[in-house]
Design a protein around this ligand. Structure first.
Ligand SMILES: [Zn+2]
Length: 363
């Protein structure tokens, strides 16, 4: 949802929205500028821009390769977004079986190999003669397809570098995970990925600034994904009751935004459940939501008049990993825990891990 304000949906395939991030315009502008500066020739600029569009069409097909492979295992894709440094397919979750992860990871580069093969086959069958030196020249009507074929080969090879979380890194993780536990496999893949990211960044300073961005994306992406795998490992086979907090502040719909500000400033809590007079949870309010509400309403507004999200309920027996996943995908950071229509506690995504460490495991 957050992305939709910064990106434009251009089409949808099998219910997967395909979006273009606004910064994508920068690369079009950059390519047009560089080509105009070099050639001063409007037709050269046009071919270069057409080439970038064709290239990103291939990137989209690459991402669709991942998405459709994932769909075979029942994993849906929330969106595909095109950024200047490449495409990102937001899968609902990553397949945990190594073989499935391997197939999903390889499906993207396989699409580029297929495109390159088809284009080269078409060129080989055409009566025109091509020379390999031509691909080094600026893109024009004569060498357009030859360049497109080679750039697809490059895309396949680049994505297969073992730089987790890029495709090759996922292949590495899948192979490792078939030999050692998944958390350790991910840690190793993260280290390899981060080492490569550092090389990309150094190399980027010498050659192409896009490599710096790709390097940073890999470096932090690897760490973030390792953290997710580690978390879900800790959460597995746990119940909501294991991480539930039983001391918390309850708000009611008559509390004003100013009351919430005061409570946040006085205490440690940043997320609250709002209950009606009967003690039934009605909505939730968090510090971030409060900031948004204060931008729209004055401080004396009661919570009842604010547009606060409805809570998602869990029972103490709910599976903790599942609860955590639901809260993350709904973008909620707190949820009431109900036992026989009675509020018995809250779970808070920020504190789940801490709560588990502090509480002895109730087996
Ligand atoms: Zn890929």
């Amino acid at each position: 949802m957050k992305l939709s304000s910064s990106s434009l949906e251009i089409m949808s395939v099998k219910g997967i929205p395909i979006r273009v991030h606004w910064s994508f315009l920068l690369i079009i502008g950059y390519v047009a500028y560089v080509n105009y500066k070099l050639s001063q020739d409007p037709s050269q600029v046009m071919w270069a821009v057409l080439f970038i569009l064709a290239l990103f069409f291939c990137v989209t097909l690459h991402e669709l390769g991942h998405a459709l492979a994932a769909l075979r295992y029942g994993i849906r894709t929330k969106s595909i977004t095109l950024y200047p440094i490449g495409g990102v397919a937001m899968l609902e979750r990553m397949p945990e079986k190594p073989v499935q992860e391997l197939v999903v990871a390889l499906a993207g580069p396989a699409v580029n190999v297929l495109i390159a093969g088809l284009v080269l086959l078409g060129l080989a069958l055409s009566p025109e003669v091509y020379y390999l030196e031509e691909i080094a020249l600026a893109v024009n009507s004569h060498n357009f397809l030859l360049n497109l074929a080679f750039v697809n080969v490059f895309l396949a090879l680049f994505n297969l570098l073992p730089a987790f979380p890029m495709d090759g890194g996922r292949v590495l993780r899948a192979v490792l995970a078939s030999l050692i536990p998944r958390v350790q496999a991910t840690r190793l893949a993260m280290w390899v990925g981060q080492a490569m990211a550092i090389l990309f960044i150094f190399w980027g300073f010498k050659t192409n600034p896009f490599l710096i961005f790709i390097g940073l994306f890999i470096f932090f992406g690897a760490a973030q994904e390792f953290q997710m795998v580690q978390q879900s490992h800790i959460l597995v086979n746990r119940r909501v009751a294991d991480a539930m907090m039983t001391r918390f502040t309850l708000l009611n719909p008559q509390h004003t935004l100013q009351d919430v500000v005061d409570i946040i400033l006085k205490g440690q809590e940043k997320e609250f459940v709002v209950v009606d007079d009967g003690g039934m949870p009605q909505s939730i309010i968090t510090r971030d939501l409060l900031v948004k509400a204060l931008a729209q309403h004055d401080r004396g507004t009661p919570l009842a008049a604010c547009d606060c999200p409805k809570p998602v309920f869990f029972s103490p027996e709910s599976d903790l990993n599942e609860a955590f996943r639901i809260l993350q995908s709904e973008g909620l950071s707190i949820a009431p825990v109900m036992d026989n229509q009675k509020l018995v506690g809250v779970i808070n995504t920020e504190n789940i891990l801490e709560a588990l460490l502090l509480k002895p495991s109730a087996s």
